[in-house]
Write a protein of this length. Structure first.
Length: 370
């Protein structure tokens, strides 16, 4: 039997969510929806940019559509300052720590099965490995205690480095996992199930700037990953790779070969949907509406987090990167109504079809579909 790598999708739009639901219902296979605090957030703190949903509303929507209960809800990058508004407002540690707990409680109450505890951001100090270990342990205990009150089970994913980090210090990693597992054992907490391994994968300018796009048996990344994966096997903790977007088929096929247990994608689905929208506008001669959309998207400046300092992208290319962020806005809703009135097919059905085609590429390369 071929090895498989589970697919975890960070939904960036309602159509992206519906595409996942259609696939899980049609093929009866599990897919995790991994939700950052920017995408979906508790109503106690604010809403996410995905369809303006709160955690509570999103969970109810999934429950109403997930026929075979194949969708696994998971928090992605839960931790201090992981909601961009907390960084922009430079809130204190105490405030972001309190928000983190509120967010996790909402996840638990909304039926999430996996919580990613990510302690890697600190606006005011440089964190040591032991600082990160301490925060992971405290949040694991807090969430575990909340689950016990509710007689619920939860799994944890942990990380020590920010997405895109190429640092692969296996000595630090083994030290951290050992200390966290000891703490969990001493406090009757289920040990973390997943470890987000550093691969250098990083989405920049609508492409993947990491080393995994050129992986082969002779490459340095293959050697380093093999050692990292062996450490995880030693502790019986599953491996998770973040930032898998835009990798070619030949790179994705290495994931099952390496026994990588799970992989995340997210921003690629946004550019796929936005590009599909622009294509249908072009095919129908709706150039004025296309220009309005690109101007609206570019003006949002949501592309800034995804570009390199030396980028040479055009205004339109930047608009494509930011497109999915404006989908829930009132301006886009009005624009979308005008677009639909000029089409002889359902716009959302067309966009969902294109998103599904992209997701299926990952499922096939990860041996989840024949």
């Amino acid at each position: 039997m071929k090895n498989k790598t589970s697919l975890c999708i960070g939904p960036v739009s309602k159509n992206g969510v519906d595409a996942v639901l259609e696939i899980t219902n049609e093929f009866n296979i599990p897919i995790s929806l991994v939700l950052s605090r920017n995408q979906i957030e508790t109503e106690k703190i604010g809403r996410g940019y995905v369809n303006n949903w709160t955690t509570e509303e999103f969970s109810k929507y999934i429950s109403s559509k997930d026929i075979n209960q194949n969708v696994v809800l998971a928090r992605d990058h839960g931790g201090p300052w992981q909601n961009d508004s907390e960084k922009y407002n430079k809130i204190s540690f105490d405030e972001t720590w309190d928000n983190t707990k509120k967010s996790f409680i909402s996840d638990i109450d909304s039926g999430f099965k996996i919580l990613h505890i990510d302690p890697t951001i600190d606006l005011f100090s440089k964190l040591s490995i032991d600082d990160k270990i301490d925060r992971i342990c405290k949040l694991c205990k807090f969430c575990s205690d909340e689950c016990k009150k509710r007689k619920q089970k939860i799994q944890f994913e942990i990380s020590l480095w920010e997405d895109g980090a190429s640092e692969n210090n296996n000595i630090h990693m083994e030290h951290a996992i050992s200390k966290i597992f000891d703490y969990c054992d001493q406090n009757s907490i289920d040990a973390p199930s997943f470890f987000a391994i550093p691969t250098g994968n990083k989405v920049v300018n609508s492409s993947n700037a990491g080393l995994m796009k050129t992986i082969n048996f002779d490459s340095q990344i293959y050697s380093e990953l093999s050692k990292t994966i062996q450490i995880c096997k030693k502790f019986a903790i599953k491996t998770k790779v973040h930032g898998t977007d835009y990798l070619p088929d030949e790179s994705l096929q290495w994931f099952p070969k390496l026994n990588i247990d799970a992989a995340n994608i997210a921003p690629e689905l946004g550019t796929v949907e936005t590009t599909a929208l622009l294509n249908i506008l072009k095919m129908n001669g709706l150039d004025e509406l296309k220009s309005k959309f690109l101007e609206l998207s570019y003006s949002s400046k949501k592309w800034t987090k995804w570009i390199s300092e030396d980028h040479a992208l055009s205004k339109n290319e930047l608009g494509i990167i930011a497109g999915h962020y404006i989908f829930p806005s009132d301006e886009f809703r009005d624009l979308k109504t005008k677009i639909q009135s000029n089409l002889d097919q359902d716009l959302d059905k067309y966009l969902i079809k294109i998103i599904k085609e992209n997701i299926l590429r990952y499922l096939k390369n990860f041996n989840l579909l024949c």
